[in-house]
Design a protein around this ligand. Structure first.
Ligand SMILES: [Zn+2]
Length: 388
Protein backbone atom coordinates (compact mmCIF):
# COMPACT_ATOMS: atom_id res chain seq x y z
CA UNK A 1 0.00 0.00 0.00
CA UNK A 2 1.16 3.52 -0.69
CA UNK A 3 1.83 5.62 2.39
CA UNK A 4 0.11 8.92 2.97
CA UNK A 5 2.18 11.99 2.07
CA UNK A 6 4.21 13.16 5.06
CA UNK A 7 3.18 16.50 6.55
CA UNK A 8 5.39 19.46 5.66
CA UNK A 9 8.58 19.62 7.67
CA UNK A 10 8.01 21.99 10.57
CA UNK A 11 4.28 21.26 10.80
CA UNK A 12 3.55 20.54 14.47
CA UNK A 13 2.10 17.03 14.96
CA UNK A 14 -1.08 18.51 16.48
CA UNK A 15 -1.61 20.49 13.28
CA UNK A 16 -1.09 17.42 11.14
CA UNK A 17 -3.63 15.43 13.21
CA UNK A 18 -6.14 18.30 13.10
CA UNK A 19 -5.70 18.59 9.35
CA UNK A 20 -6.40 14.91 8.87
CA UNK A 21 -9.61 15.36 10.89
CA UNK A 22 -10.63 18.38 8.77
CA UNK A 23 -9.90 16.44 5.60
CA UNK A 24 -11.87 13.39 6.74
CA UNK A 25 -14.90 15.56 7.62
CA UNK A 26 -14.60 17.40 4.30
CA UNK A 27 -14.55 14.13 2.36
CA UNK A 28 -17.14 12.16 4.34
CA UNK A 29 -19.28 14.74 6.16
CA UNK A 30 -21.80 14.78 7.62
CA UNK A 31 -20.09 12.03 9.60
CA UNK A 32 -20.54 10.76 13.14
CA UNK A 33 -17.74 11.07 15.67
CA UNK A 34 -17.74 7.29 16.07
CA UNK A 35 -17.15 6.81 12.35
CA UNK A 36 -14.39 9.47 12.38
CA UNK A 37 -12.67 7.78 15.33
CA UNK A 38 -12.77 4.52 13.43
CA UNK A 39 -11.50 6.04 10.15
CA UNK A 40 -8.62 7.92 11.77
CA UNK A 41 -7.72 5.55 14.60
CA UNK A 42 -8.24 8.32 17.17
CA UNK A 43 -9.77 8.08 20.62
CA UNK A 44 -12.97 10.01 21.29
CA UNK A 45 -11.03 12.25 23.68
CA UNK A 46 -8.41 13.10 21.02
CA UNK A 47 -11.12 13.77 18.48
CA UNK A 48 -12.92 16.12 20.87
CA UNK A 49 -9.66 17.97 21.58
CA UNK A 50 -8.76 18.27 17.89
CA UNK A 51 -12.19 19.38 16.70
CA UNK A 52 -12.78 22.02 19.40
CA UNK A 53 -10.76 24.87 17.74
CA UNK A 54 -12.30 24.08 14.36
CA UNK A 55 -15.82 24.18 15.84
CA UNK A 56 -14.95 27.51 17.50
CA UNK A 57 -13.59 28.98 14.25
CA UNK A 58 -16.73 27.88 12.41
CA UNK A 59 -14.89 25.60 9.96
CA UNK A 60 -16.70 22.59 11.40
CA UNK A 61 -20.36 22.56 12.34
CA UNK A 62 -22.57 20.07 14.13
CA UNK A 63 -25.57 18.84 12.21
CA UNK A 64 -28.86 18.19 13.96
CA UNK A 65 -28.89 15.05 16.07
CA UNK A 66 -30.49 12.47 13.85
CA UNK A 67 -28.42 9.44 14.57
CA UNK A 68 -28.66 7.57 17.82
CA UNK A 69 -25.39 6.02 18.90
CA UNK A 70 -25.18 2.53 20.36
CA UNK A 71 -25.14 3.99 23.83
CA UNK A 72 -28.60 5.41 23.16
CA UNK A 73 -27.35 9.00 23.28
CA UNK A 74 -28.07 11.30 20.37
CA UNK A 75 -25.02 11.77 18.17
CA UNK A 76 -24.50 15.05 16.34
CA UNK A 77 -22.69 14.39 13.05
CA UNK A 78 -19.86 16.73 12.12
CA UNK A 79 -19.74 18.58 8.83
CA UNK A 80 -17.67 21.27 7.16
CA UNK A 81 -19.27 24.69 6.78
CA UNK A 82 -19.10 24.94 2.99
CA UNK A 83 -19.32 28.74 3.11
CA UNK A 84 -16.28 29.04 5.38
CA UNK A 85 -14.06 29.90 2.39
CA UNK A 86 -14.36 30.19 -1.39
CA UNK A 87 -11.94 29.18 -4.10
CA UNK A 88 -11.34 30.35 -7.64
CA UNK A 89 -10.54 27.68 -10.23
CA UNK A 90 -9.28 28.62 -13.68
CA UNK A 91 -8.77 26.23 -16.57
CA UNK A 92 -6.53 27.67 -19.30
CA UNK A 93 -6.99 26.46 -22.88
CA UNK A 94 -5.17 27.91 -25.86
CA UNK A 95 -7.88 30.52 -26.44
CA UNK A 96 -10.17 30.79 -23.39
CA UNK A 97 -9.83 31.01 -19.60
CA UNK A 98 -12.78 29.21 -17.95
CA UNK A 99 -13.25 30.22 -14.32
CA UNK A 100 -15.53 29.10 -11.49
CA UNK A 101 -15.88 30.09 -7.86
CA UNK A 102 -16.54 27.10 -5.57
CA UNK A 103 -17.30 26.69 -1.91
CA UNK A 104 -15.18 24.58 0.40
CA UNK A 105 -17.10 21.45 -0.67
CA UNK A 106 -16.35 22.01 -4.34
CA UNK A 107 -19.84 23.20 -5.25
CA UNK A 108 -19.84 25.73 -8.09
CA UNK A 109 -21.21 29.16 -7.13
CA UNK A 110 -20.30 31.38 -10.11
CA UNK A 111 -18.76 31.28 -13.58
CA UNK A 112 -16.60 33.58 -15.65
CA UNK A 113 -15.24 33.10 -19.16
CA UNK A 114 -12.59 35.30 -20.79
CA UNK A 115 -10.87 35.05 -24.18
CA UNK A 116 -7.10 34.62 -24.13
CA UNK A 117 -6.15 37.14 -26.83
CA UNK A 118 -2.44 36.98 -26.01
CA UNK A 119 -1.13 33.59 -24.78
CA UNK A 120 2.22 34.97 -23.55
CA UNK A 121 2.84 34.10 -19.87
CA UNK A 122 2.86 37.78 -18.84
CA UNK A 123 -0.52 38.43 -20.50
CA UNK A 124 -2.05 35.28 -18.99
CA UNK A 125 -0.82 36.30 -15.53
CA UNK A 126 -2.46 39.72 -16.03
CA UNK A 127 -5.69 38.01 -17.15
CA UNK A 128 -5.76 35.71 -14.09
CA UNK A 129 -5.16 38.75 -11.90
CA UNK A 130 -8.05 40.59 -13.54
CA UNK A 131 -10.43 37.61 -13.09
CA UNK A 132 -9.37 37.33 -9.44
CA UNK A 133 -9.93 41.02 -8.72
CA UNK A 134 -13.41 41.02 -10.28
CA UNK A 135 -14.51 37.79 -8.51
CA UNK A 136 -13.20 39.05 -5.20
CA UNK A 137 -15.76 41.83 -5.22
CA UNK A 138 -18.57 39.24 -5.12
CA UNK A 139 -16.68 36.64 -3.08
CA UNK A 140 -14.63 38.35 -0.35
CA UNK A 141 -13.92 34.97 1.29
CA UNK A 142 -11.68 33.82 -1.59
CA UNK A 143 -8.91 31.82 0.11
CA UNK A 144 -7.01 30.40 -2.85
CA UNK A 145 -6.68 30.14 -6.61
CA UNK A 146 -6.22 26.92 -8.56
CA UNK A 147 -4.94 26.92 -12.13
CA UNK A 148 -5.06 23.91 -14.44
CA UNK A 149 -3.93 23.41 -18.01
CA UNK A 150 -3.21 20.67 -20.51
CA UNK A 151 0.46 19.79 -20.47
CA UNK A 152 3.28 18.81 -18.16
CA UNK A 153 3.34 20.45 -14.75
CA UNK A 154 6.26 19.76 -12.45
CA UNK A 155 6.17 20.09 -8.69
CA UNK A 156 2.90 22.09 -8.83
CA UNK A 157 4.92 25.22 -9.64
CA UNK A 158 6.46 24.92 -13.04
CA UNK A 159 4.76 24.42 -16.41
CA UNK A 160 7.30 22.36 -18.32
CA UNK A 161 5.23 22.12 -21.49
CA UNK A 162 1.81 23.50 -22.46
CA UNK A 163 1.39 22.96 -26.22
CA UNK A 164 -2.00 24.74 -26.48
CA UNK A 165 -0.43 27.92 -25.10
CA UNK A 166 2.95 27.40 -26.77
CA UNK A 167 4.69 27.44 -23.37
CA UNK A 168 7.91 25.78 -22.25
CA UNK A 169 9.40 26.10 -18.73
CA UNK A 170 7.11 28.80 -17.35
CA UNK A 171 7.31 29.32 -13.55
CA UNK A 172 3.61 30.21 -13.44
CA UNK A 173 3.02 29.93 -9.69
CA UNK A 174 5.94 32.27 -8.90
CA UNK A 175 4.84 34.76 -11.55
CA UNK A 176 1.26 34.78 -10.21
CA UNK A 177 2.33 35.01 -6.58
CA UNK A 178 3.97 38.38 -7.22
CA UNK A 179 0.69 39.73 -8.65
CA UNK A 180 -2.00 38.07 -6.53
CA UNK A 181 -1.95 38.04 -2.73
CA UNK A 182 -3.66 34.65 -2.46
CA UNK A 183 -2.13 31.17 -2.37
CA UNK A 184 -1.84 29.76 -5.91
CA UNK A 185 -2.09 26.05 -6.75
CA UNK A 186 -1.17 24.62 -10.13
CA UNK A 187 -1.60 21.20 -11.72
CA UNK A 188 -2.22 19.37 -14.95
CA UNK A 189 -5.90 19.68 -15.92
CA UNK A 190 -6.64 15.95 -15.92
CA UNK A 191 -5.07 15.41 -12.51
CA UNK A 192 -7.07 18.36 -11.17
CA UNK A 193 -10.31 16.97 -12.63
CA UNK A 194 -9.59 13.55 -11.10
CA UNK A 195 -9.05 15.28 -7.75
CA UNK A 196 -12.47 16.96 -8.02
CA UNK A 197 -14.22 13.70 -8.96
CA UNK A 198 -12.43 11.83 -6.17
CA UNK A 199 -13.23 14.24 -3.34
CA UNK A 200 -16.45 15.92 -4.46
CA UNK A 201 -17.84 14.23 -7.58
CA UNK A 202 -18.93 10.83 -8.84
CA UNK A 203 -15.97 9.15 -7.10
CA UNK A 204 -16.69 10.53 -3.63
CA UNK A 205 -16.17 7.90 -0.96
CA UNK A 206 -14.11 5.63 -3.25
CA UNK A 207 -10.52 4.65 -2.45
CA UNK A 208 -9.94 3.54 -6.03
CA UNK A 209 -11.25 5.35 -9.06
CA UNK A 210 -10.71 5.60 -12.78
CA UNK A 211 -11.54 8.84 -14.60
CA UNK A 212 -11.67 8.83 -18.40
CA UNK A 213 -12.23 12.07 -20.31
CA UNK A 214 -13.18 12.72 -23.92
CA UNK A 215 -13.34 16.06 -25.68
CA UNK A 216 -10.60 18.09 -27.34
CA UNK A 217 -8.28 15.32 -26.09
CA UNK A 218 -8.59 11.87 -24.51
CA UNK A 219 -7.25 11.31 -21.02
CA UNK A 220 -7.30 8.89 -18.13
CA UNK A 221 -6.37 9.15 -14.46
CA UNK A 222 -6.31 6.43 -11.83
CA UNK A 223 -6.68 6.76 -8.07
CA UNK A 224 -5.19 3.73 -6.32
CA UNK A 225 -5.31 3.25 -2.52
CA UNK A 226 -6.72 6.80 -2.22
CA UNK A 227 -3.76 8.38 -4.06
CA UNK A 228 -3.60 9.64 -7.63
CA UNK A 229 -1.25 7.42 -9.60
CA UNK A 230 1.34 9.79 -11.07
CA UNK A 231 4.03 7.51 -12.50
CA UNK A 232 7.46 8.72 -13.59
CA UNK A 233 7.21 12.39 -14.58
CA UNK A 234 3.43 12.31 -14.11
CA UNK A 235 3.09 10.14 -17.23
CA UNK A 236 0.93 7.32 -15.83
CA UNK A 237 -2.21 6.22 -17.74
CA UNK A 238 -1.30 8.18 -20.87
CA UNK A 239 -3.81 6.56 -23.23
CA UNK A 240 -4.06 9.11 -26.08
CA UNK A 241 -2.23 6.95 -28.59
CA UNK A 242 -3.41 3.50 -27.54
CA UNK A 243 -4.50 1.66 -30.68
CA UNK A 244 -8.22 0.87 -30.51
CA UNK A 245 -8.66 -0.22 -34.14
CA UNK A 246 -5.61 -1.08 -36.32
CA UNK A 247 -7.68 -0.28 -39.43
CA UNK A 248 -9.08 2.96 -38.03
CA UNK A 249 -8.50 6.54 -39.19
CA UNK A 250 -4.91 7.87 -39.34
CA UNK A 251 -3.41 9.70 -36.37
CA UNK A 252 -2.37 13.33 -36.77
CA UNK A 253 0.68 13.12 -34.51
CA UNK A 254 2.13 9.63 -34.89
CA UNK A 255 2.57 7.38 -37.92
CA UNK A 256 -0.12 4.86 -37.01
CA UNK A 257 -3.88 4.32 -37.34
CA UNK A 258 -6.88 3.99 -35.08
CA UNK A 259 -5.48 5.37 -31.81
CA UNK A 260 -7.71 6.88 -29.10
CA UNK A 261 -6.97 10.45 -30.31
CA UNK A 262 -7.87 9.55 -33.90
CA UNK A 263 -11.26 8.06 -32.93
CA UNK A 264 -12.61 9.42 -29.62
CA UNK A 265 -11.92 13.18 -29.68
CA UNK A 266 -14.43 15.85 -30.74
CA UNK A 267 -12.09 16.79 -33.62
CA UNK A 268 -11.81 13.18 -34.83
CA UNK A 269 -15.59 12.76 -34.80
CA UNK A 270 -16.06 16.00 -36.76
CA UNK A 271 -13.48 14.83 -39.32
CA UNK A 272 -15.14 11.45 -39.81
CA UNK A 273 -18.59 13.04 -40.17
CA UNK A 274 -17.19 15.61 -42.62
CA UNK A 275 -15.63 12.89 -44.75
CA UNK A 276 -18.72 10.64 -44.57
CA UNK A 277 -21.22 13.39 -45.40
CA UNK A 278 -19.00 15.21 -47.95
CA UNK A 279 -19.53 18.63 -46.31
CA UNK A 280 -18.14 20.44 -43.26
CA UNK A 281 -19.77 19.01 -40.10
CA UNK A 282 -18.82 20.07 -36.57
CA UNK A 283 -18.77 17.72 -33.58
CA UNK A 284 -22.00 19.21 -32.21
CA UNK A 285 -23.69 18.96 -35.62
CA UNK A 286 -22.61 15.33 -35.98
CA UNK A 287 -24.16 14.38 -32.61
CA UNK A 288 -27.31 16.37 -33.49
CA UNK A 289 -27.62 14.65 -36.87
CA UNK A 290 -27.09 11.22 -35.29
CA UNK A 291 -29.79 11.85 -32.68
CA UNK A 292 -32.13 13.03 -35.49
CA UNK A 293 -31.62 9.71 -37.28
CA UNK A 294 -28.95 10.47 -39.90
CA UNK A 295 -27.40 7.03 -40.61
CA UNK A 296 -23.90 8.30 -41.53
CA UNK A 297 -23.55 10.49 -38.40
CA UNK A 298 -25.10 7.65 -36.40
CA UNK A 299 -22.40 5.22 -37.56
CA UNK A 300 -19.66 7.75 -36.70
CA UNK A 301 -20.78 8.16 -33.10
CA UNK A 302 -21.63 4.45 -32.63
CA UNK A 303 -18.11 3.56 -33.74
CA UNK A 304 -16.51 6.08 -31.37
CA UNK A 305 -18.74 5.02 -28.45
CA UNK A 306 -17.93 1.35 -29.15
CA UNK A 307 -14.17 2.01 -29.15
CA UNK A 308 -14.47 4.09 -25.95
CA UNK A 309 -16.17 1.06 -24.38
CA UNK A 310 -13.21 -1.07 -25.46
CA UNK A 311 -10.67 1.40 -24.00
CA UNK A 312 -12.64 1.63 -20.75
CA UNK A 313 -12.76 -2.17 -20.48
CA UNK A 314 -8.98 -2.47 -20.91
CA UNK A 315 -8.26 0.17 -18.26
CA UNK A 316 -10.91 -1.21 -15.94
CA UNK A 317 -9.32 -4.67 -16.05
CA UNK A 318 -5.89 -3.24 -15.21
CA UNK A 319 -6.99 -1.18 -12.21
CA UNK A 320 -10.25 -2.87 -11.11
CA UNK A 321 -11.40 0.35 -9.44
CA UNK A 322 -14.45 0.75 -7.22
CA UNK A 323 -15.85 3.24 -9.71
CA UNK A 324 -15.25 4.47 -13.26
CA UNK A 325 -16.26 8.01 -14.25
CA UNK A 326 -16.56 8.95 -17.91
CA UNK A 327 -16.61 12.72 -18.35
CA UNK A 328 -15.10 15.58 -20.35
CA UNK A 329 -16.06 18.46 -22.62
CA UNK A 330 -17.01 16.20 -25.57
CA UNK A 331 -19.23 13.62 -23.90
CA UNK A 332 -22.44 14.15 -25.87
CA UNK A 333 -21.77 11.29 -28.28
CA UNK A 334 -21.31 8.84 -25.40
CA UNK A 335 -24.68 9.90 -23.96
CA UNK A 336 -26.30 9.59 -27.42
CA UNK A 337 -24.74 6.19 -28.15
CA UNK A 338 -24.59 4.86 -24.59
CA UNK A 339 -25.88 1.40 -25.62
CA UNK A 340 -22.91 0.94 -28.00
CA UNK A 341 -20.53 2.09 -25.27
CA UNK A 342 -21.99 -0.25 -22.65
CA UNK A 343 -22.13 -3.23 -24.98
CA UNK A 344 -18.46 -2.91 -25.98
CA UNK A 345 -17.53 -2.38 -22.34
CA UNK A 346 -19.27 -5.57 -21.30
CA UNK A 347 -17.95 -7.65 -24.22
CA UNK A 348 -14.32 -6.69 -23.62
CA UNK A 349 -14.22 -6.72 -19.86
CA UNK A 350 -13.60 -9.40 -17.27
CA UNK A 351 -16.74 -11.38 -16.53
CA UNK A 352 -16.01 -10.86 -12.82
CA UNK A 353 -16.48 -7.08 -13.13
CA UNK A 354 -19.33 -5.17 -11.49
CA UNK A 355 -21.45 -3.95 -14.43
CA UNK A 356 -22.87 -1.05 -12.40
CA UNK A 357 -19.62 0.71 -11.50
CA UNK A 358 -19.51 3.06 -14.50
CA UNK A 359 -20.93 6.58 -14.22
CA UNK A 360 -21.33 8.84 -17.23
CA UNK A 361 -21.00 12.34 -15.77
CA UNK A 362 -21.91 15.00 -18.35
CA UNK A 363 -19.60 17.98 -18.24
CA UNK A 364 -18.32 21.02 -20.08
CA UNK A 365 -15.22 23.21 -19.95
CA UNK A 366 -16.29 24.62 -16.58
CA UNK A 367 -15.89 21.12 -15.10
CA UNK A 368 -12.19 21.49 -15.76
CA UNK A 369 -12.28 24.82 -13.90
CA UNK A 370 -13.99 23.07 -10.98
CA UNK A 371 -11.06 20.65 -11.03
CA UNK A 372 -8.72 23.61 -10.75
CA UNK A 373 -10.71 24.93 -7.76
CA UNK A 374 -10.46 21.50 -6.11
CA UNK A 375 -6.65 21.60 -6.10
CA UNK A 376 -6.82 24.99 -4.39
CA UNK A 377 -9.16 23.40 -1.81
CA UNK A 378 -6.77 20.46 -1.42
CA UNK A 379 -3.78 22.71 -0.76
CA UNK A 380 -5.82 24.91 1.59
CA UNK A 381 -6.91 21.98 3.75
CA UNK A 382 -3.52 20.24 3.68
CA UNK A 383 -1.36 23.35 4.19
CA UNK A 384 -2.93 26.78 4.71
CA UNK A 385 -6.03 26.18 6.81
CA UNK A 386 -5.75 27.39 10.44
CA UNK A 387 -6.76 24.33 12.49
CA UNK A 388 -5.43 24.80 16.02
ZN1 LIG B 1 -2.04 8.37 -32.36
Amino acid sequence: MMSKPAPDRGTPPADASARSVALAVLRSGPVSRAELSRQLGLSTASLTRLTRPMLTSGLLIERRAELISRTGRPSRPLDVDAGHANFLGIKLTGSVAYAVVCDLKGVELARDERPIADPSPAAVVALVNSITESQRIDWPRLAGIGISLGGTVEGRRMVRRAPFLGWRDVALTDALSTEVDLPVSLDNDLRALAQAEHWFGAGRGCRSLLVITVGVGVGAAAVVHDQLLEGRGGLATLVGHWILDPDGPPCRDVDHRGCASAILTSGAIAEQATSGLHRPVSFEQCVGLAVAGDPVAGRVISYAADRLGFLTARLADVFAPERIVITGDGLDYVVAAEDDFRQALQENRSTEADPDDVRIAPGDFFNWARGAASIAIRDYVLTDLPVT
